[in-house]
Design a protein around this ligand. Structure first.
Ligand code: PLP
Length: 406
């Protein structure tokens, strides 16, 4: 028998929630695979994936099994003790990546906070108090804590909260010359999203990442890749750095890692990790057995040649159709991204109107995302059925046709 709840509606949001969000007009209540149902029983197709989080869609049997089995065993013990799921998850991440050490936490912002603190700590220990500067990219997004919004390259998120963290410089993304001009021996880290997500689904150029790697080595700075959005299969590789063949010193992972359960990880090498000695950093919930059990099950499914190849094939399926729709209605100037992180760039006539696409899609029972005002973003389940892709894109085309008055 299920628990009886008081009835609630979308209108209650404005009465009880901090108004920092403007959620859609309907309230989702249930999901299965790439379908979601709202309070009225309306069925939607989900191309948003909870913002690149639900890597296996909704209620995937392997994740439900991992979560419910662990829920009956052990939820939380704190880091005063370790636990089996955390150790197994860390081993899997080490086996699958450049990393030799893992710090587990609960969100992308926390993984980046750990990465930035590590970079500053390493520089402090090795070179002294003057080496603390961080270079990041314009338009980048790294989370909403004060340190991570300060590193993030979007002043709309960081302005108006008093003094920011000092020593952070922003240079244009994919501009190696600008990075070269900004870096110095005071730089402790260069932070890059291999695919800028929130900033408009913009992949890095190979030469930019290679050049950044060389500049970091030259200046004893750490190369930090924020793969919170691009990681865990989303690019068609387990991590996007593996596509580029450029290895960072530190990598942050979250979003898809838990498939919907909050968990995140900072990955690094043994030598760098040694600077975070006992007591230097911590988290109460980080590495809790529930989250780790889910992430472990998710990696077992996602990190397989079949699923990763499927992501690449589904990218092509999306892209072909999006280009057709863009051409037919004159709404998109291009389609970019990798794997199942896809951005349809609005044409000049539609610039600034991504929210209208979001609302029009919802009207056709389709959940999509924006990436800023000029890009419509798709971040569906990595195992979305081709039939769901086709039907969702039919719905998108209906929404676009109505918007374009065709
Ligand atoms: C979403 C995101 C974050 C922040 O993650 P949270 O879990 O919301 O703290 C950081 N970096 C990138 C690239 C992201 O896309």
């Amino acid at each position: 028998m299920s628990v009886q709840h008081d009835p609630v509606q979308r209108a209650d949001f404005d009465q009880v929630m901090v108004p920092s969000y403007a959620p859609a007009t309907f309230v989702p209540v249930r999901g299965a695979g790439s379908r979601v149902w709202d309070q009225s029983g309306r069925e939607l197709i989900d191309f948003s994936g909870g913002i690149a989080v639900n890597a296996l869609g909704h209620a995937h049997p392997a994740l439900v099994k991992a979560l419910t089995e662990q829920a009956g065993k052990l939820w939380h013990v704190s880091n005063v003790f370790t636990n089996e799921p955390a150790l197994r998850l860390a081993k899997k991440l080490v086996d699958a990546t450049f990393a030799e050490r893992v710090f587990l936490c609960n969100s992308g912002a926390e993984a980046n906070e750990a990465a930035f603190k590590l970079a500053r700590r390493v520089a402090h220990d090795r070179f002294g108090a003057d080496k603390y500067e961080i270079i990041a990219a314009t338009n980048s997004f790294h989370g909403r804590t004060l340190f991570t919004v300060s590193v993030g390259g979007q002043p709309k998120y960081s302005d108006g909260f008093g003094p920011k963290i000092q020593g952070i410089t922003h240079v244009p993304y994919n501009d190696l010359e600008a990075l070269k001009a900004a870096i110095s021996d005071k730089t402790c880290a260069v932070v890059i999203e291999p695919i800028q997500g929130e900033g408009g689904v913009l992949p890095a150029d190979l030469a930019y990442l290679q050049g950044a790697r060389a500049l970091c080595d030259e200046h004893n700075a750490l190369l930090v890749f924020d793969e919170v959005q691009s990681g865990v299969g989303r690019s068609g590789h387990l991590y996007a750095y593996q596509h580029y063949g450029v290895t960072p010193d530190v990598l942050s992972s979250a979003k898809s890692l838990g498939g919907g359960f909050p968990i995140a990880a900072m990955l690094t090498t043994e030598a760098l990790a040694s600077h975070l000695a006992v007591g230097t950093h911590g988290t109460t919930y980080g590495g809790n057995p529930l989250g780790c059990a889910v992430a472990e099950a998710l990696l077992d499914v996602v990190n397989t040649p079949e699923v990763l190849a499927g992501v690449k094939a589904k990218h092509e399926r999306f892209k072909t159709r999006l280009l057709q729709v863009g051409e037919r209605y004159g709404v998109f100037s291009g389609v970019r991204g990798m794997g199942l992180l896809i951005g349809a760039v609005l044409s000049d006539a539609w610039k600034g109107k991504a929210r209208e696409f979001f609302d029009a899609a919802a009207g056709e029972n389709l959940m999509i995302l924006q990436a800023g005002p000029d890009v419509v973003r798709f971040a569906p389940s990595l195992v979305i059925e081709d039939a769901d892709i086709d039907e969702g894109l039919d719905r998108l085309e209906c929404a676009v046709a109505k918007l374009a008055g065709a």
